[in-house]
Design a protein around this ligand. Sequence first.
Ligand code: ADP
Ligand code: MG
Length: 350
Amino acid sequence: MNFLRIAAVSKSFGANHVVKEFNLDIDKGEFISFLGPSGCGKTTVLRMVAGFETPSAGRIVLNGEDITALPSRQRNIGMVFQAYALFPNMNVFDNVAFGLKVAGQPKAEIAARVSEMLKLIHLEHLADRYPYQMSGGQQQRVALARALAPRPQVLLLDEPLSALDAKIRVSLREEIRHIQRQLGITTIFVTHDQEEALSISDRIVVMNGGRADQIGVPADIYNRPATRFVASFVGTLNMIEATVLDQSGTVKIGETVVSLPEPIVHRQQGETVSLALRPEAGSLTGDLRGDTALPGKVLSTHFLGSVIRTKLDVAGHQVSFDTFNGPETRLPAAGEPATLRFAARDLLVL
Ligand code: ADP
Ligand code: MG
């Protein structure tokens, strides 16, 4: 049985249909990310799980109990928000103790639990500090400890890292994942940052216009995007148009005939089909990787550190490919011709 079930949940605000028949089954202990652009309904789904919003239709079932109409305070769900929502007039200890005090727990138990939580987030030494005396990253760790202190059944994190600097963001996301694994707590993590979602999730729900476009493990979301939206939102994508020669999968890109890995069933001969290729799937250095070669011309090269991104024109399409930066790396310069090599099986037919 699934631990948390979101079944055909919809939400409208007036005529604005924000969430549309959203379905998701989450196992106990799973770390799920909601990934999607601003306004696609991520927070609204989270708020319905938390009980801050009531679905217009559908059901939410937690651990076998239908909680769709249950008031938020009876749901035993912990939540962390984007902006540091700590109580500014309380020190760290009192912030973390808050939920336990509300629940009427005895003083000694509260003290023990708060100290356990502060150890978990490595901030035992800051128990007396006030929020304004701490960095953003420290405040979010306290917010996490406060959410976890009452032993919630589910942890909801709504873009908890997006207000932080890049470096802190990476270290804190790893810390969150570590703590989540340690506690085995079922977690939904909302983000609009694809790298964040890919790096820490058991599964990702890619949301688009109030719907789940695709639900899958990170590698599947990246390697086998279910829709054009998922393909373009997650990762960088090169789009190349090709003409269908026959439906068994033979196409023409510019003047080059290419055999696709799968038949083309949804296009007729002579029609155009969009193909996509990831920047790391093509080689420009002349090593013989892949079974397909296309002539192109270099437009510009960009040194990005670990990789060099080359923009080139291939059959009238502007595409970008990455080459690892190494002592032997030799790339054609802007204005020079280049041969793009890749394996046809890496082409995504969209
Ligand atoms: P996300 O978190 O993915 O950025 P939200 O769930 O916050 O998206 O919002 C989705 C849409 O729902 C937006 O168009 C937003 O304006 C609208 N919306 C959210 N909450 C309300 C509300 N309480 N009343 C009216 N519209 C809302
Ligand atoms: Mg949001």
